[in-house]
Ligand binder design. Structure first.
Ligand code: KG4
Ligand code: ZN
Length: 339
């Protein structure tokens, strides 16, 4: 089953062709990061306009790169929420127009179902990735931080904990801004943290209640802002130390709560997904925790952690295989709750 995935929920216009929900035949991501960097963050109206300019060439490239023709497709999967309303509309209208013109089924996909499906994408040298049984998923992106229980059919059966305030990725982005590093912040902090001392500063870890699986990152950001107000912006080794210490505080909480969730649920498989799952420090810390506790860790390759359309095609394939279709009345929902 060849499915075209389309993703335009934020500042990436992406299209990909995936076979049987696993094998990536093409994967095109046109990032607008450089445009939004001028403003220090994503400007929704600017994002919509760039999606409009980029969507057709991005779709065409996905088909060409896959070495297929439009008629070879068996279906089209598109992100319909959550995200920026104007940005989402570009992808959804493109999907509906294509579906109508080609007489192919279209299905709307929840962006986070896409992030979770990224673990099933196969890439060279990886025969069968992805959790096959009930598992805990830690979703860490720019807009969301959540621990959920996923049943063996891939559906979210229980939300175990979400963030009370900032998402983990948002904390990275806001911290990078405070440090004058620019946008997008997560990957910049990740790089600087490599040469820093994670114990140089004791930034707070938020544990609202001992057994709680909720998150909170706004206190960490305030603590860092207060620290930075005491003197000039750090540079060189001092900057690397602040990045490493901040990152360690985020990772510590993510790892501890994931372990707690696995223990509380009696499960042995953890999926970590979303843009922050690209973080090298988090990946290493999760690998150590998995080795110590004996759980199986599933993290998509870095390329499929941040926004892409292959993950949307993978999630959409599951829906299409179950006979789920969207009509021409498919609409976007910027606040779409988890399915
Ligand atoms: O999943 P994603 O691409 O978009 C959303 O759905 O939000 O996640 C983007 C977030 C941003 O906050 C970005 O700073 C963060 O993921 N991110 C990272 C890294 N790469 C992206 N955070 C930490 N380390 C990274 N290497
Ligand atoms: Zn995302």
């Amino acid at each position: 089953m060849l499915v075209l995935g389309i993703e335009s929920s934020c500042d990436e216009t992406a299209a990909a062709v995936v076979a049987d929900g696993r094998r990536v035949c093409s994967d095109v991501v046109a990032s607008q990061a450089a445009v939004h960097a001028l403003y220090g963050g994503v400007v929704p109206e600017v994002a919509s306009r760039h999606h409009l300019e980029t969507v057709v060439p991005t779709l065409s490239k996905a088909i060409t790169d896959a070495g297929i023709s439009w008629n070879d497709l068996d279906g089209i999967a598109v992100t319909c929420g959550p995200g920026l309303v104007g940005a989402l509309l570009v992808g959804v209208e493109a999907a509906k127009a294509l579906g109508y013109a080609l007489s192919k089924p279209v299905v709307g996909v929840h962006h986070h179902a896409g992030h979770m499906a990224a673990a099933f994408l196969s890439h060279e040298g990886d025969a069968s990735p992805g959790p096959e049984r009930s598992h805990v998923a830690l979703l860490v992106s720019g807009g969301h931080t959540a621990l959920v229980r996923v049943s063996d059919d891939g559906a979210v059966s229980q939300v175990l904990g979400v963030t009370r305030d900032d998402a983990a990725g948002e904390a990275f982005d806001k911290t990078a801004k405070l440090l004058g590093l620019g946008y997008p912040g997560g990957v910049l902090i990740d790089k600087l943290a490599v040469s820093g001392d994670p114990k140089a500063h004791a930034f707070p870890r938020a544990f609202p209640a001992r057994e709680s699986l909720e998150f909170s990152f706004s206190g960490l950001k305030t603590s860092l802002a207060t620290f930075l107000n005491q003197g000039p912006l750090p540079t060189g080794q001092a900057l690397a130390d602040v990045c490493a210490s901040f990152q360690a505080a985020v990772i510590d909480v993510l790892v501890r709560k994931s372990r707690r969730a696995l223990a509380q649920q009696g499960l042995k498989d953890l999926l970590v997904c979303g843009g922050v799952a690209a973080n090298q420090g988090l990946r290493t810390a999760m690998l150590s925790a998995a080795a110590e506790d004996g759980f199986r860790l599933h993290i998509p390759p870095v390329r499929y952690c941040t926004d892409n359309a292959a993950m949307i095609a993978a999630a959409g394939t599951r829906l299409l295989k179950r006979g789920i279709r969207s009509g021409l009345d498919l609409n976007v929902d910027p606040g779409l709750p988890l399915p």
